[in-house]
Every structure is written in structure tokens, then in C-alpha cells.
Design a protein around this ligand. Structure first.
Ligand SMILES: *[C@@H]1O[C@H](CO)[C@@H](O)[C@H](O)[C@H]1NC(C)=O
Ligand SMILES: *[C@@H]1O[C@H](CO)[C@@H](O)[C@H](O)[C@H]1NC(C)=O
Ligand SMILES: *[C@@H]1O[C@H](CO)[C@@H](O)[C@H](O)[C@H]1NC(C)=O
Length: 546
């Protein structure tokens, strides 16, 4: 009998224990908001002064074969510093002029790397040249310029205003300007992303089968370009053919010299953009469209052709390039490599604008290695800026929504980004570090920093909790937890009160109780034999038999 009571008590107690030891902590864990403490002041400081610790330096080696100029690098350095100081800079940057060091350059060449080099060449005139295929600046000088000691200034001017033109134009601020201008015409360029998807389509207005030699064209024209630009952006490419779609371009036949603006009234490119799925966030399209025979027997009149090309090309801002062919395709046509190559060349040029590398329409990429090198540095600084902006937005958000959770992972991502940022700045500031590969590495690091910050900002738990404030949570849990707690605690209380009254009884009528117990035991035995055992509780509760 006593053991039965002990059992009931221990069961009741284990309920309470379960309630207190597991239920309450679980409830607490599920409902309390974890807010990791973020380095708010540090981030605010960075936000207020984004480039404080940055003194970006680019090493340049000066080489002279004809004359030995022992101190030319020092003289050029003075002129470069002077020139750079003449304008306020958005980010502190400078050139570090070194005498030509064969060991360093040879080592770099051996590992497929290179540095900026100034090559001094004695000539009849003073001038410069930026060759197509290297990061060398050739400066021509004559004896007069040496005698009048103008050479160092001329070298400095060539470097700052031509070789490093992009940095100089982008980072120099006008007196009333606080932020640099966008890298290139940002109304055309897509947002920078290290991975971009290229979607190439051939649209045929008719249903007759078409083949195109796009693979060869890609291999011969696009692959070299892709390799050159891969430190800046990597492409994934898909190519497809679609039938019975010529974007209804015949509607433009009464317009002469249509611009993209005119085209945009007629065609809807959004249906093309959504036809394929890709993982990259950004995509650039190349669409080559052939009109249908039915509507365009004489070809599209607005397309201006010449002997070389039977097509016109339109840059579609932030979307890609549209190539419009004048004439419909024959049945079972093969669009040859020879036809596609000039299209691909034009596309590659336009791609540079869409990527924000080239800014003006008619400018050719005269020295692609130098330009791409500069664009890397500008992207690095833009990335650092973007990272700090993202962190600051996150801080503002967590400040504004006090109920918002800040998971530990968010703190880890932020710490990771801030550590990497310091590491990157060490690299940027080191005047001896600045080969091609160093800039590639720095760009990758800056991309990682941006990624880490965005990961922190878009952490799922943070946004989710934001829409489930504390008051709502209480309202949801209270109807459930209230009754549960009442049942458990009142049950336990009742049981213990019962026990107490019972032990009082024990003292007064022990014998009587013993007899009673025997009776019950006998009764129990009988019922058991009858196979009709029923409610145990009614038996073990002596109070009810009173
Ligand atoms: C070239 O660089 C190497 C390695 O940094 C250095 O040891 C050497 O002294 C330098 N040579 C000259 C001529 O400056
Ligand atoms: C592009 O891919 C190559 C090879 O995987 C890699 O080395 C390079 O860093 C990538 N570039 C960028 C901008 O991520
Ligand atoms: C050209 O023709 C289309 C339809 O045929 C018409 O909507 C449009 O207004 C015309 N444009 C001009 C400039 O005539």
C-alpha cells in the first residue's frame, strides 16, 4: 500500500521534474531571443571613415637600357607624389617607384605573373605608348628632356594620367564631391558580381530547323577573352535556339535608325530572360534574332548593313546585346562560324561596357591588361565600401528591432569579414606587394568579404524572428502553457495534501487500518481470481473507504 503511494508520488514528482528541468529550459530556449553582441562601435567607426587605414600602393619598376639613371626612381617618386597631392583623393593611393630589379621581374615572369614597368627608350621625340599585350608603359625621351631635367615629371605624368588613368579619374574628387563617380555608365553596366551567367540565344522567326556553329566561335573568340578577364569575373555560358519568335521586329520597319529606346517599345525581353534558370545572380544575354519569312520577305528595312555584316547591334542596358539580322534564314540553314565570329567580336566589346570596364562608347580597349588591372583595384575598394555599408545596415536593423535575434553565426560572419578586411588592407598597403596575382588575390578576398557580410545580413533566423515579436509569442504560448501548469501543480499539491491527512490517520487508528488493509487485500485477490480487476485507485485510496 505504502509502495503504491510512493510510486504515485514519484510519478508526480517526475512530472514536476520534467516540467522544471526540461520543459522550462526548452521553453526558455525556444522563446528567448539570443542576441550576440556585435562590435557596434568598431563598425560605426568604419562606416564614418571607410578608408581610414587604407594607403593603397602600386609598385612600378623603372627600367632604362640606354642610359643609367641612378636616381631616376626617386625623382619620379617626388613628381608622382606631387601630382597625386594636387587633387583630393577618395581613397588614399600612391605609386611606389622602384629601380628595375631583374630578380623580382624574372621570378614573376617565371610564375606567369607581372608588374607595372616603365620602359625608358631614347628617341627623337618625347612621348609614350601603352602596348596592347603587357603592363608596360613605354616612355620615349630625347636628350633635351634629360638635359632640362623634365624627364621625371614626364614619366610621372604619363603614369598617373595615362597608365593609372582609371584610378586617377575614379578616385580623384572634385572640390564639391564626396563620393567618386560610378565606374562606368552605370545605367548600362550590370551590378558587379564575380560570377556572371551568359545566355546566348538564336531566335528564328520561322519553324524550320537551324544549326549554328556557336561552339567554334566561342572557342576561337570568346575563350581568349574569358581567360583574360577571369580574374575579374568568371562566366558560365549556355546557348540555345528558339523558334517562332522574332520579337515582332517588323513593327519597327517604319522607323529609320531606331535606337534601343525605340526597340524597347516593341519588344518584351523579359520573356526571354526568364526562359532559363541559372544559379548566378547576374546574367548577361546575347540574342541573335532572324526575322520570320512571312512578315519580312524583304528583310527588316531598319537594319543598316554593309558588305561585311548583314546585321545591326543594340546594347540593352543592364540586360545584354541584341543582334538583329536583316534577312530571314533559308530552310534548314546553317549559321556558320564565319558569320558568327564578327558578331561575337562585337559582343565581347559591348560586354566590356556591360561589365563596367569600358566607359565611353567609341573607345577601344587599347591596353586591356592595364585597364583590367585598374578595374580590379577599383572593384576592391568598391567591395570594401559595400561590405562596410552592409555591416552598418545590419547594425541599424538590429538596433531598430530590439526583438530581433542575432545568432552566433552572424557574429562569426562579421568577425570573419572584419578579420579578412584587415588582412586585405595589409596587402593593399604593402608597397612591395602588387603583381598581377597579388591583385587577383586581393580581389578574391574582397569578394569574400562582401559575401561574408551579405551572409550575415541575410541570415534566415534574424529576419524570421523579426516578424514574430515577443508579445505575439506570449499570446501563442499562454493558452497552452497556462492550463498545463495548473494541472500539473494542482495535481501534485492534492497528492501531497492527501498523503499528509493519511499519515495523521495512521497515528490514530493504525490497527483499524491494518484490518481494513487486510480486507482490501483479500477483496483484491478475489477480484483478481474473477479476472475482473478494475480501478486500482479506488482500492488504494483508504480515504474513500471511510
Ligand atoms: C632585387 O630584389 C631582391 C629580392 O628582393 C634583392 O635581394 C636584391 O638586392 C634586389 N637587387 C637590386 C639590384 O636591387
Ligand atoms: C575564376 O575562376 C578561376 C578558376 O577557377 C579562379 O582562379 C578565379 O579566381 C575566379 N575569378 C573570380 C573573380 O572569382
Ligand atoms: C510604325 O507602325 C506601328 C504599327 O504598324 C505604329 O504603331 C507606329 O506608331 C508607327 N511608328 C511611326 C514612327 O510611324
Amino acid at each position: 500500500m505504502t509502495s503504491l503511494i510512493t510510486l504515485r508520488k514519484s510519478v508526480a514528482l517526475s512530472f514536476v521534474a520534467l516540467y522544471l528541468l526540461i520543459g522550462v529550459p526548452l521553453w526558455y530556449k525556444l522563446t528567448t531571443i539570443y542576441r550576440a553582441s556585435l562590435p557596434i562601435e568598431y563598425i560605426q567607426d568604419l562606416y564614418n571613415n571607410k578608408f581610414k587605414e587604407i594607403h593603397l600602393t602600386i609598385p612600378v619598376f623603372v627600367k632604362s637600357d640606354t642610359y643609367r639613371f641612378p636616381d631616376i626612381h626617386d625623382a619620379v617618386q617626388i613628381q608622382v607624389n606631387h601630382l597625386l597631392r594636387s587633387k583630393r583623393q577618395y581613397v588614399d593611393w600612391s605609386l611606389e617607384i622602384f629601380p628595375y630589379n631583374e630578380t623580382i621581374i624574372d621570378q614573376a615572369t617565371a610564375r606567369g605573373d607581372d608588374y607595372h614597368i616603365v620602359d625608358l627608350v631614347l628617341d627623337e621625340f618625347v612621348g609614350y605608348n601603352l602596348p596592347y599585350d603587357s603592363k608596360t608603359t613605354i616612355v620615349y625621351f630625347d636628350d633635351t628632356s634629360v638635359a632640362s631635367n623634365d624627364l621625371p615629371f614626364f614619366i610621372a605624368q604619363t603614369l598617373v594620367e595615362h597608365t593609372f588613368e582609371l584610378e586617377w579619374n575614379h578616385w580623384s574628387l572634385k572640390p564639391d564631391q564626396n563620393e567618386p563617380e560610378q565606374l562606368a555608365n552605370s545605367d548600362i553596366a550590370v551590378n558587379y558580381n564575380p560570377n556572371i551567367h551568359l545566355s546566348m540565344s538564336l531566335l528564328n522567326g520561322d519553324g524550320s530547323p537551324v544549326a549554328w556553329e556557336i561552339d567554334n566561335t566561342l572557342k576561337n573568340i570568346f575563350t581568349p577573352f574569358r581567360e583574360m578577364i577571369s580574374p575579374l569575373v568568371n562566366f558560365t555560358v549556355d546557348a540555345q535556339i528558339a523558334y517562332y519568335n522574332d520579337l515582332n521586329l517588323y513593327q519597327l520597319n517604319n522607323v529609320s535608325n531606331p535606337t534601343w529606346h525605340d526597340l524597347s517599345h516593341v519588344i518584351d525581353l523579359s520573356e526571354l530572360s526568364t526562359t532559363n534558370y541559372f544559379v548566378e545572380q547576374n546574367a548577361i544575354n546575347l540574342v541573335i534574332v532572324f526575322p520570320g519569312k512571312e512578315t519580312n520577305l524583304d528583310g527588316l528595312q531598319f537594319v543598316n548593313t554593309n558588305e561585311e555584316n548583314q546585321w545591326g547591334s543594340f546594347i540593352v542596358p543592364q540586360w545584354g546585346v541584341l543582334i538583329v539580322n536583316k534577312s530571314p534564314l533559308e530552310d534548314n540553314a546553317l549559321v556558320t562560324e564565319n558569320y558568327l565570329n564578327p558578331i561575337m567580336l562585337k559582343f565581347v566589346k559591348d560586354l566590356l561596357r556591360l561589365l563596367g570596364v569600358l566607359d565611353t562608347k567609341d573607345k577601344e580597349l587599347s591596353s586591356p591588361y592595364i585597364v583590367i588591372d585598374s578595374v580590379k583595384r577599383i572593384r576592391i575598394i568598391d567591395n570594401l565600401n559595400k561590405a562596410v555599408e552592409t555591416l552598418w545596415s545590419l547594425i541599424k536593423l538590429t538596433h531598430q528591432f530590439q526583438q530581433m535575434a542575432i545568432p552566433q553565426e552572424v557574429l562569426e560572419d562579421i568577425t570573419n569579414a572584419l578579420d579578412m578586411r584587415l588582412e586585405l588592407i595589409d596587402l593593399l598597403n604593402n608597397p612591395h606587394v602588387g603583381s598581377n596575382m597579388d591583385w587577383n588575390k586581393a580581389l578574391l578576398m574582397s569578394n569574400e568579404i562582401v559575401k561574408s557580410c551579405e551572409k550575415a545580413f541575410f541570415h534566415g533566423e534574424m529576419l524570421q524572428q523579426n516578424f514574430f515579436p515577443q508579445e505575439h509569442k506570449l499570446a501563442v504560448y499562454l493558452p497552452l502553457l497556462g492550463p498545463l501548469s495548473v494541472v500539473i501543480f494542482s495535481g501534485v499539491k492534492a497528492l501531497f495534501n492527501e498523503k499528509k491527512s493519511e499519515s495523521e490517520e495512521d497515528i490514530t487508528s493504525k490497527d483499524e487500518k491494518k484490518g481494513l488493509e487486510e480486507d482490501i487485500a483479500e477483496e483484491l485477490k478475489e477480484t483478481k481470481e474473477l479476472g475482473a480487476i478494475d480501478d486500482k485507485d479506488s482500492i488504494s485510496t483508504p480515504a474513500s473507504t471511510d
